[in-house]
Design a protein around this ligand. Structure first.
Ligand code: PAF
Length: 283
């Protein structure tokens, strides 16, 4: 496995792989790799002949007062995980490589970035879409892999690729969960054992949502009220949003029909946790 720290070196490595006719897969990450990331890498290794994992804690997607400084950066452990998972190259650039000067060019997906996490994290998705565009331009992958846990990010990136005719396929992989249902996330590291246990209520609330839909409830507000009751049982929890939206437009729905996304953001102690489920009612 090679480790490239500069744009020039990763471009050279990719050029050689492409000349050999290999299908190139990219797994963009911010490091602190866990089993969720490993599942993305495994999907890439299965589909592609040459897999690149980028590790870059992207400053432009963090707002003031967010956890950019304290975001975990265990590079040595991450490299070991990548090697074991069969990664060909880790691209681990410095902030100076990625943003050598003040950034004044941005990629912005409208509308889809406004609700849900976009409300409380202004500028977050602009940072994500800009850095992903930069990574796609640098690595020129055939396919890039993202997790369903960050559902809004996945929808925004898919739309960006379509709208800007970017020549790659976006693959969204299922959310990986702890045995108690908690979605695996690098930010789970901020939780105490007690908070981790309590945070299982996030997935419980989503399961309740699915159960009510299966049982025929069609009023979104009734489902949201039940979900809130479950989330309120998290002692150190502060609910940011509990939403049921159209899975394509991300607009709130009153009646459950078609494909919906139930999405939740809750601050548990120091960690802002998000989770979601997709439900296709088939109607
Ligand atoms: O999901 C993440 O880890 C980040 O938002 C991403 C896609 C690597 C962009 O920095």
């Amino acid at each position: 496995m090679e480790v490239a720290e500069t744009i020039e070196s990763v471009r050279r490595i990719v050029k050689n792989a492409r000349n050999e006719g290999r299908k190139i897969g990219l797994v963009p990450t911010m490091g602190a790799l866990h089993i969720g990331h490993i599942s993305l890498i495994e999907a890439a290794v299965k589909d592609c002949d040459f897999v690149i994992v980028s590790i870059f804690v992207n400053p432009t997607q963090f707002g003031p007062g967010e956890d950019f400084e304290k975001y975990p950066r265990p590079l040595d452990a991450d490299l070991k995980i990548c090697k074991k998972a069969g990664v060909d190259v880790v691209f681990a650039p410095s902030p100076e490589q990625m943003y050598p000067a003040e950034n004044i060019t941005w990629v912005n997906v409208e509308k889809l970035t406004e609700p849900l996490c976009g409300k409380s994290r202004p500028g977050h998705f602009r940072g994500v879409t800009t850095v992903c565009t930069k990574l796609f331009n640098i690595v020129t992958p055939d396919t890039a892999y993202f997790g369903q846990k960050d559902a809004q990010q996945a929808i925004v990136i898919k739309r960006m690729v379509v709208d800007l005719n970017m020549p790659l396929e976006i693959v969204i992989c299922p959310t990986v969960r702890e045995p108690n249902g908690l979605a695996v996330s690098s930010r789970n590291q901020y939780l105490t054992a007690r908070q981790k246990k309590d945070a299982a209520n996030i997935y419980k609330s989503l399961q309740t949502c699915r159960g009510m839909i299966d049982a025929g409830t069609t009023e979104a507000h009734q489902i949201i009220a039940e979900m809130r009751k479950i989330l309120q049982q998290i002692p150190s929890g502060q609910i940011e949003y509990v939403s049921i939206v159209d899975a394509e437009t991300l607009e709130s729905v009153d009646k459950i029909a078609g494909k919906i996304l139930a999405a939740v953001a809750v601050k548990v102690g120091p960690a802002r946790l998000i989770d979601n489920i997709l439900v296709d009612t088939g109607k």
